[in-house]
Write a protein that binds this ligand. Structure first.
Ligand SMILES: C[S@@+](CC[C@H](N)C(=O)[O-])C[C@H]1O[C@@H](n2cnc3c(N)ncnc32)[C@H](O)[C@@H]1O
Length: 360
């Protein structure tokens, strides 16, 4: 079957590489933040307990070229909705990009009507709509003339990690942290330092990866409500002890006690007590010696002199230190005196951020 998966915008190539590694099938960009690939039901299970960079997985019901809302309706009517959907509430979310004489709400409404009509023709039952908390969520993408309708297999986004017990003021998503580790080429053999670790998201994702641990061990996927999926089999697969846990060397540094405490709470909640050193160190002065330095630098809406000085000092410590690869997320890359070997531009809330990569 054809599948879509959502991820952090700008990091589609990283998510595609992870899917290719897990499933052995080619993945490509559908549009910003969404990748497409082929897979079987077993692959859907695999992604839901092993994938670390994905937010949601969808099965494609329709992929067509359309010009009008009538085309959207006609295309949706061709989908095998009676075979794919249970008799339960459903809701459609529409996303539109390009120039059209209608809105994404119009697209969602046409899709919803076509689903109701197709299901009623096939079964005699009118499916109830629930836009707030549907059992089945359909995602309708209209990008220029490409119309793709997917059925959400995931439900609650996979980026919500259960170890996130203590909230930092400016945390990053576990999926973004993992993507940065992939960009760094992080491997369990590497010594990893996050010199400004806050609540330790990057170190925790690294340790979970090195130990081959499932990122969402209790996750209950939406596909449990859909025909053709065996949620008990999914749970059994997830509980199979993962192979190949490796020893690792991971250090989380922060100069503020409050965040070191927060990092410890999250580390312990992830079942990683003793697996990550959480250390009091100032990134402006502490020497740095690591195969991978992966960090999310502090930044504000306005650039203060303090931030400028911090970035200059961190750049000096990186240059003096013995560092293999540096991967840093910031909205002010121009303040880092680091010649990037690669960059990724990503949306960050209402800001644009850059992942700066430097291979030494
Ligand atoms: C953007 S936050 C990191 C958030 C983290 N990625 C997370 O998910 O929780 C930046 C962190 O850098 C720390 N920091 C700022 N200046 C520092 C310095 N000179 N040395 C060490 N840590 C510093 C702050 O205390 C803050 O926790």
């Amino acid at each position: 079957m054809r599948l879509l998966a959502t991820t952090n915008g700008g990091l589609e190539s990283i998510a595609a590489a992870e899917v290719e590694e897990l499933l052995g099938s080619d993945a490509s960009v559908h549009h910003r933040g969404v990748i497409e690939f082929r897979g079987e039901v077993e692959d859907v299970y695999e992604l839901h307990y092993r994938a670390r960079s994905l937010h949601r997985v969808m099965a494609v019901l329709v992929d067509d070229r359309v010009g009008t809302l009538a085309d959207v309706y006609r295309s949706t009517r061709t989908a095998e909705v009676a075979a794919e959907l249970p008799e339960a509430t459903f809701g459609v979310v529409g996303t539109r990009h390009g120039s059209h004489e209608f809105t994404s709400v119009d697209v969602a409404e046409r899709v919803g009507q076509a689903v109701i009509d197709a299901y009623r023709d096939a079964t005699g039952t009118r499916l109830p709509v629930d836009l707030d908390d549907p059992t089945v969520r359909l995602e309708a993408y209209l990008h220029d003339d490409r119309f793709t309708l997917g059925i959400d297999l995931t439900g609650d986004s996979l980026h919500k990690r259960p170890y996130r017990v203590c909230e930092h003021d400016a945390p990053i998503r576990g999926t973004l942290a993992y993507a940065m580790l992939r960009i760094a080429g992080y491997d369990a053999d590497d010594r990893l330092i996050d010199p400004m670790a806050g609540s330790a998201t990057i170190p925790i994702e690294a340790a979970l990866t090195a130990e081959n641990r499932v990122p969402r061990p209790e996750f209950e996927p939406a596909f449990g409500a859909l025909p053709g999926y065996d949620v008990d089999r999914f749970r059994r697969l997830r509980e199979t002890p993962p192979e190949g846990s490796a020893a690792h060397d991971i250090e989380a540094r922060d100069r503020r006690r409050r965040w070191r405490r927060c990092g410890r709470v999250n580390r312990d909640a992830a079942g990683l007590s003793g697996a990550i050193d959480i250390v009091d160190a100032d990134a402006r002065s502490a020497a740095i010696d690591a195969d991978c330095v992966v960090t999310n630098l502090p930044f504000g809406i306005r650039t203060t002199e303090d931030v400028r000085a911090l970035y200059a000092d961190v750049s000096d410590r990186l240059a003096e230190g013995d560092v293999g690869r540096f991967v840093g997320l910031t909205t002010a890359p121009e303040l880092l005196d680091v010649e990037p070997t690669e960059r990724y531009e990503i949306p960050y809330g209402r800001l644009e951020a850059t992942i700066v990569v430097r291979e030494y």
